[in-house]
Design a protein around this ligand. Sequence first.
Ligand code: GLN
Ligand code: ZN
Length: 767
Amino acid sequence: MVQSSVLGFPRIGGQRELKKATEAYWQGKITVDELLATGKQLRSTNWKLQKEAGVDIIASNDFSYYDQVLDLSLLFNAIPERYTKFDLAPIDVLFAMGRGLQRKATETTAAVDVTALEMVKWFDSNYHYVRPTFSHSTEFKLNTSAGIKPVDEFNEAKALGVHTRPVILGPVSYLYLGKADKDSLDLEPISLLEKVLPVYKELLAKLKAAGAEQVQIDEPILVLDLPENVQSKFQQAYEALVGEDLPELTLTTYFGDVRPNLAAISKLPVAGFHFDFVRVPAQFDEVAAILSKDQKLSVGIVDGRNIWKTDFAKASEFVKKAIAKVGAERVVVATSSSLLHTPVDLEFETKLDPVIKDWFSFATQKVSEVVTIAKEVSGEDVSKEFAANAASIKSRTESSITTNPKVQERLATITESLATRQSPFPERLTVQKEKYNLPLFPTTTIGSFPQTKDIRINRNKFTKGTITAEEYETFINKEIETVIRFQEEIGLDVLVHGEPERNDMVQYFGEQLQGFAFTTNGWVQSYGSRYVRPPIIVGDVSRPKNMTVKESVYAQSLTKLPVKGMLTGPVTILRWSFPRDDVSGKVQALQLGLALRDEVTDLEAAGITVIQVDEPAIREGLPLRAGQERSDYLNWAAQSFRVATSGVDNSTQIHSHFCYSDLDPNHIKALDADVVSIEFSKKDDPNYIQEFSDYPNHIGLGLFDIHSPRIPSKEEFIARVEEILKVYPAANFWFNPDCGLKTRGWPEVKESLTNMVNAAKDFRAKY
Ligand code: GLN
Ligand code: ZN
């Protein structure tokens, strides 16, 4: 029998139970025990679901209250000192590291004020992990203050009658994905390997003692271009992790091509390997060739990153190739990666067009897909399932929903000049200076203001039809007015309308564009308690009518100050949707670029002449390895942005915004936006300050962390900017937060922005 395996299941719950519980806990509405009970319930549901579906290898420790990488830092005691001095409960240390903590003193407890650790993209996905942060004083040891999570969850599953395979991030990836803390910038994380290995060993021994014969050890960095001194560490690491008292390890990679690093792992003493053959089927022959005669091959064939039904016939053919190569006993049919990146269950989608719904498969369905493919290659009769699958695949291939000849014709008309502004930046700057007459150090925000409960309630009422479109519009207008008045009051220079009408910066556009389908419950974790509901690109994309003009024009009518039009860029819409897998990313991005071009032109014609086109996802789309695919991406990503933004006059000021990632200034330059704002507040590496210092157009470096409720003082802003202005020309520099303020509450937004604006005023007086 060929075994089936699921590398990880979404932990958020079918109805976002985890979000509700964690946020209630943060607000003091439920106790820690109630939160833990929700976690336990979710794990139990997920394990049972997989067991009942017939999965042979079910993961444990795929659960987390915030982030699985952060869990490991807590467990290994990689906790910067600033989080340990307050005597917080372990789970509060975890949350403080993940999201910062600011708490007033009470009679019994001291005040707490600590920023979050850096949060970065998980490879090329829209998940974000909390970056392990090491210093010379980091002392790795098993921190058992909150139990030993992987062991405890293994035992928990065992008690439910589910024998699991715990998953842990491997030592080389754990260190490599981390960084040195600001007090230890000369520290290279990978140099800590010898120190961390004994702790891994201790943890693995405890797992084995609890009855885990197998552990899934993830080394996803194997799909990156690794420096020699990191490649060479795998052998050392895994030789240290074999022993009588240790479980067998399956070394897991996903999201890419392992071939360039094969030499680093070809002699590892592990029990098996897992590769992602959805992403890179072409690596099969070479990766299979490294297996010694006892090692297993876990064949990642059901896509953990997208929502399309697996083509059973193709998948089965692929697995049979693996069986022919290494024998059925050594093959495992698996998801390509953890299913964390897919929504929980398609069955909750009651509003989807049944024709389209039939093309999709969410996490719960994917679990069954893995089992069905494993059965088929083992010779069991699943012909019914296979026939139904073939019919779905055929229906999608032949559907007219996917193809719009008009869009395809327009795509063919894209030229370089269509994607180029009328004049180069210096000339545009001259006219823009005259037109807007902004002060030195202009202040602005990134777009959204707090999405209050009131906003969500009214949006829900409108969606459900309990208030009319007119009532809803009145409500939205009132919100816009509040935001405009507030910005005027504190003295911001370039205003925004606050985005109260938007449920999400991608979904909002997806719902108005043709070629998209959207779900009612297709949530996927982005970071911590923040989930997104990505639209699905099902066909050629076009814009039936304008999407944002009404709100922007209304906002502008309230004030003499410029109000920024606010759009989400083509690459970000593509990246934060589930993309088609039947046409290239380039084609989809350019179609989106054309649709947005029409919107930009409409905004300009309506008198909105400062327009921000957000591209926070541009970095995450970067192919993980250097080479042709990456340079192609950079070309088409920049081109699609310029297609969207080049149809305007010189005097129209195009802004763009980027966050969540280590950006390369060259990629940003290629967009030729007049003003860019970049997430920055959590970068404490002075080298990073340098990186954008020769940016030729105008730039704002995010001055405070919007993921955290903490409020920086005016003095803190001043100190920060003084550092920055040592390297940046003052004439090019804008003041803004890291990102939109939608997840924050009004009180902290008011104070933070006021402090920021006052700091800018101080600087103006000085310069
Ligand atoms: N304009 C968006 C906002 O402020 C940008 C969000 C983002 O970059 N993620 O919410
Ligand atoms: Zn942002």
